[in-house]
Design a protein around this ligand. Structure first.
Ligand SMILES: *[C@@H]1O[C@H](CO)[C@@H](O)[C@H](O)[C@H]1NC(C)=O
Ligand SMILES: *[C@@H]1O[C@H](CO)[C@@H](O)[C@H](O)[C@H]1NC(C)=O
Ligand SMILES: *[C@@H]1O[C@H](CO)[C@@H](O)[C@H](O)[C@H]1NC(C)=O
Ligand SMILES: *[C@@H]1O[C@H](CO)[C@@H](O)[C@H](O)[C@H]1NC(C)=O
Ligand SMILES: *[C@@H]1O[C@H](CO)[C@@H](O)[C@H](O)[C@H]1NC(C)=O
Ligand SMILES: *[C@@H]1O[C@H](CO)[C@@H](O)[C@H](O)[C@H]1NC(C)=O
Ligand SMILES: *[C@@H]1O[C@H](CO)[C@@H](O)[C@H](O)[C@H]1NC(C)=O
Ligand SMILES: *[C@@H]1O[C@H](CO)[C@@H](O)[C@H](O)[C@H]1NC(C)=O
Ligand SMILES: *[C@@H]1O[C@H](CO)[C@@H](O)[C@H](O)[C@H]1NC(C)=O
Ligand SMILES: *[C@@H]1O[C@H](CO)[C@@H](O)[C@H](O)[C@H]1NC(C)=O
Length: 870
């Protein structure tokens, strides 16, 4: 069984091997299919003429061997007969069907078919679509679409009377039809017709009417204008007036009323503006008497091309075979696909070079190279202060690029892209970009001689990515004063550099300023902001809350009023005890003397005090009344002492922190204790002043205004003094969270301590953007790219690379602090020792008083009891 299968396989391979004999050993055979249904009446004449022609051609042109031609009158033939190629004249549908079968067999197909037929893929077939002269426009658009010269999802067709009604439907059909090739998707088409007015004024009015009400939001901004040349001029102007000709829109003007003699388009294209995407396809057909055309002409031309290719192929095979042995030849001779490709390439070259059929019908495509042209016109930096108005967007030296020529036989031969800027952005042009030093946004590094050699920072990350995506190179310009020396004195809005940069941009000296600018509301003279590159919230920095002094720790468990109550209780309970003890009739009744102990108020006081400290007195009252007083006191003491010691332990374990200030409201509540500062002239100051909220109004009224300092480095440099105030004097600094983070980090590196914390609350976000000249056509382009970078997370990734490295201080950046293990130390105990000293001191004082008292008493007694001595 296995052997049998193997045998069949071998046979199959052998048969397959014989399927395409070498051109040396056998004559090539081709199939010529002339579809009788398609050709109709002309079938017989075409067949006869073609037969004669091929016979003659083979005799004259084919020097080695011959060619076997099989004629068929229908397309559904079997292709398994070892044909080398197939030639067909058939309808579009049949041609494509035939093509799918020749593809399976790797055969070369060269087909002549009806007009408005998508051409077969150029990599494996040659297609000629025959049309009467003057009817080729739909085919032209179809070819543009299938060759992906216009890869649009939607198109707006604007046409005037030059395009007849059935022509319009053919044009629409050519754009919307389904093509086998996946890349050329159908375009959704909207058609608008304009009346062809001869009068210039009426024409403008009509055009304005049509263009201004186009719902471009829904129908897209890709326009095909099929118009006459003078209408084209007007339309370009109106489109510009209505701001419809911009970087995101594409305009293809198809102009049919030109011809070979009146084909200088420069006369019609008055002006081009920076940033437009405009392409022109115009008619350079010549209606001469010696124009060749017709079905037969194309058939003969294609046949000639094929025979020429075949001859060359046979020739080449003979040449190679003569140099090698038979076995080697078997190994290296071209495969079926290779041979097809050789033939195809030769045929295409032959047609390109020698084709004459329909040689009168020609269309030329031109594209306007408009992006970045005004910046190239002269060395912009040299005229930085002379040219007052800057670039207005008008391109002075028109430059139209030759895109290609369309012929019926081989469609468009492209030399360039139809819309070069859509695919290639600025096409490698150089754009002037102005910048200055302002970390972390831009870093400019100078070498020893002061020349700036390196540009980096977030803005340059963005600009470099922009340059990569939009295909331009960067030419750095500096605001004139920092050209050679290099200063730190930079600030977002007020520094010299920033002002000069804005002025230079407003004059249009540069295409973009790669520097951070705060987006300010209201009209800004001469500049436009890009979408924000970053959003910076404001917050404040405050000294990290410290542990409260623990000297009086032993007092902390009770509040002051508790202590007062306790004191009163002790003071009151002494006399109370004394009175109860004294008045009790118990002793009289029992005839016991009240001796020692509680007999005096003084003793009672000390007794109560001793009981409080759990030191029992020597004597207890014997009467129940007195004992009840003491018993209840003990109960009270028990509660008080237990509460006290429990609380004391808690206070020892959890250090008590200062009440932290974490929000503006908390700050304003404690405004007596704190002072704070805001940078003068900053965005924050402005926003706070303009704010309606009473909270912010108070904040700015009571704030100190610091002198402006400039960028991050400046802030760090200048804030040293202020930072010491924050550390020691309950001062707060308001600024960007980013800048304060830098400040904290720098301080941590310098001092190795973490003395500061950032507030938890962010407020008043400040948007940072780049700027372009007002009305710059590239603003949407730049915005789109920045938006893409935001979405891809590139910008936040880049920014994080410039942020200070996370350190211990930033990790616990909020004011809440974790509880750490605490062992009781001297500072916790110092209070009790202090009390001990106080006690000893008072004891000594009382001792001295007692001494004095005793001495005086003795003296007075001596005086009183002086014995009389005679
Ligand atoms: C090839 O064609 C030529 C001329 O038509 C003929 O003389 C020759 O016999 C043919 N060779 C083969 C192998 O059929
Ligand atoms: C192209 O120009 C020729 C000669 O002026 C003219 O005959 C032909 O109709 C034009 N083609 C179209 C599509 O208008
Ligand atoms: C086209 O016309 C312009 C003036 O309208 C002229 O300067 C230019 O040389 C002409 N170009 C050609 C190729 O004839
Ligand atoms: C077209 O081809 C014919 C024949 O070769 C030639 O006479 C004529 O000049 C050509 N016309 C053009 C416009 O090239
Ligand atoms: C500059 O602008 C002024 C008015 O804004 C205008 O009069 C002048 O012609 C302009 N100059 C140039 C060279 O465009
Ligand atoms: C940039 O523009 C040049 C000039 O048109 C082009 O050759 C190149 O392919 C473009 N590069 C990219 C990445 O588009
Ligand atoms: C600084 O850079 C400039 C420009 O590259 C160069 O001419 C100069 O020699 C450099 N100076 C030093 C000290 O490297
Ligand atoms: C610029 O900044 C550096 C530190 O970044 C500092 O040492 C230098 O003094 C500053 N220069 C000026 C002019 O402020
Ligand atoms: C550009 O700025 C001008 C005035 O400064 C403003 O009127 C215009 O709307 C801005 N354009 C955009 C796209 O923001
Ligand atoms: C507290 O101390 C114990 C024992 O020394 C240790 O295991 C624990 O991790 C410490 N806890 C903290 C929060 O430091």
């Amino acid at each position: 069984m296995k052997i049998w299968v193997l045998g069949v396989l071998c046979l199959a391979i052998l048969v397959h091997g014989e399927d395409f004999p070498s051109l040396i050993t056998a004559n090539a055979s081709i199939a010529v299919i002339l579809d009788r249904q398609y050709l109709g009446d002309k079938y017989q004449t075409v067949l006869d003429e073609l037969k004669d022609y091929i016979k003659e051609l083979a005799r004259v042109e084919l020097k080695h061997g011959g060619v076997l031609v099989h004629y068929y009158s229908w397309t559904t033939i079997s292709l398994k007969k070892g044909f080398l190629a197939v030639f067909s004249i058939a309808s579009c549908e049949d041609t494509w069907e035939l093509f799918s079968r020749t593809e399976e067999e790797d055969l070369l197909l060269f087909a002549l078919t009806e007009v408005d037929c998508p051409r077969l893929p150029q990599r494996s077939a040659v297609t000629v679509t025959y049309s009467e002269p003057g009817e080729e426009l739909p085919q032209l658009l179809l070819d543009l679409r299938s060759s992906n010269a216009i890869s649009w999802k939607s198109a707006v067709i604007l046409h005037d009377d030059t395009l007849g009604r059935d022509m319009v439907s053919r044009v629409v059909q050519s754009l919307t039809s389904q093509i086998d090739e996946e890349s050329a998707r159908p375009v959704s088409v909207t058609v608008f017709k304009m009346k062809h007015e001869m009068n210039e004024y009426l024409r403008r009015k009509e055009m304005h009417r049509v263009l201004s009400k186009l719902p471009v939001k829904y129908i897209g901004e890709n326009f095909i204008a099929i118009v006459t040349s003078d209408v084209m001029t007007t339309m370009a102007e109106i489109a510009r007036e209505l701001l419809m000709s911009h970087t995101m829109a594409q305009w293809l003007y198809v102009i049919s009323d030109t011809n070979a003699h009146a084909s200088n388009l420069s006369g019609f294209i008055n002006t081009l503006y920076e940033g437009e995407n405009v392409a022109f396809i115009y008619n350079i057909t010549e209606n001469g008497p010696d124009c060749k055309n017709g079905l037969m002409c194309y058939s003969q031309e294609m046949m000639s091309a094929f025979i020429s290719a075949l001859d060359a192929a046979i020739h080449a095979e003979f040449d190679v075979a003569a140099q090698v042995s038979d076995e080697e030849w078997e190994a290296i001779r071209p495969s079926k696909v290779q041979r097809r490709d050789i033939l195809l390439k030769h045929m295409q070259q032959y047609i390109l070079a020698k084709s004459v059929c329909g040689n009168c019908t020609l269309w030329r495509a031109l594209a306007a190279d408009t992006w970045g042209v005004t910046y190239r016109q002269s060395d912009v930096s040299e005229q930085i202060n002379e040219h007052a108005n800057g670039s207005t967007g008008v391109i002075e030296h028109l430059e139209l690029m030759n895109v290609g020529i369309w012929r019926p036989i081989d469609a468009m031969t492209f030399a360039d892209l139809l819309f070069p800027h859509v695919h290639h952005g600025f096409r490698g042009k150089e754009l002037p970009i102005i910048t200055y030093h302002n970390p972390p946004w831009t870093f400019l590094q100078a070498n020893e001689s002061g020349t700036i050699v390196k540009y980096s920072g977030l803005m340059f990350d963005i600009v470099n990515q922009l340059a990569k995506n939009k295909n331009f190179t960067i030419k750095i310009m500096l605001p004139s004063h920092v050209k050679h020396e290099f200063s730190n004195e930079t600030d977002m809005m007020h520094s010299q550099s920033a002002r000069l940069t804005i002025a230079a941009i407003a004059k249009g000296h540069a295409a973009l300023a790669a520097a951070p600018f705060t987006v300010l509301p209201g009209p800004n003279q001469g500049i436009n902001y890009t979408i924000p590159v970053s959003t910076q919230p404001h917050t404040f920095i405050v000294a990290r809350p410290r542990e409260l002094s623990r000297a009086l720790l032993f007092l902390l468990p009770f509040t002051t009023d508790t202590w007062l109550c306790l004191g009163f209780a002790v003071i009151l309970m002494g006399p109370m005890l004394y009175i109860v003890h004294r008045l009790s009739p118990y002793y009289e009744a029992m005839e016991i003397t009240r001796e020692g102990g509680l007999a005096t108020i003084h003793n009672c006081l000390w007794y109560i005090y001793g009981a409080l400290l759990q030191q029992g007195g020597m004597y207890l009252p014997r009467a129940d009344s007195g004992r009840l007083v003491i018993g209840t006191w003990w109960l009270v003491v028990l509660v008080i002492v237990t509460t006290y010691s429990g609380n004391l332990v808690a206070f020892l374990t959890f250090p008590k922190l200062e009440a932290p200030v974490t929000t503006i409201s908390e700050l304003l509540k404690n405004s007596d204790a704190y002072t704070w500062s805001v940078t003068k002239g900053s965005y924050l100051e402005m926003e706070l002043k303009n704010s309606e909220e009473p909270k912010y109004k108070r904040l700015i009224k009571e704030a100190e205004l610091l002198k402006e300092t400039g960028g991050i480095e400046g802030t760090i440099h200048a804030a040293r003094g202020t930072l010491d105030r924050v550390r020691g004097q309950r001062h707060l600094i308001f600024d960007w969270r980013l800048r304060l983070t830098y400040l904290m980090s720098a301080d941590h590196i310098a001092t190795e301590t973490c003395d500061f914390a950032l507030a938890v609350e962010d407020f008043m976000e400040e948007q940072v953007a780049m700027i372009v000249p007002a009305g710059s056509p590239y603003l949407p382009v730049i915005n789109k790219e920045i938006n893409r970078m935001h979405k891809a997370g590139l910008i936040s990734k880049w920014l994080s690379a410039y942020l200070p490295k996370p350190n211990r201080c930033l990790k616990i950046s909020t004011v809440t602090q974790e509880v750490s293990n605490h062992t009781v130390n001297l500072s916790d105990m110092q209070g009790s020792f202090f009390v001990l000293f106080l006690g000893l001191f008072s004891a000594l004082t009382v001792l001295i008083l007692e001494w004095f008292y005793n001495r005086r008493k003795r003296k007075s007694e001596e005086i009183v009891i002086k014995p009389y001595v005679e």
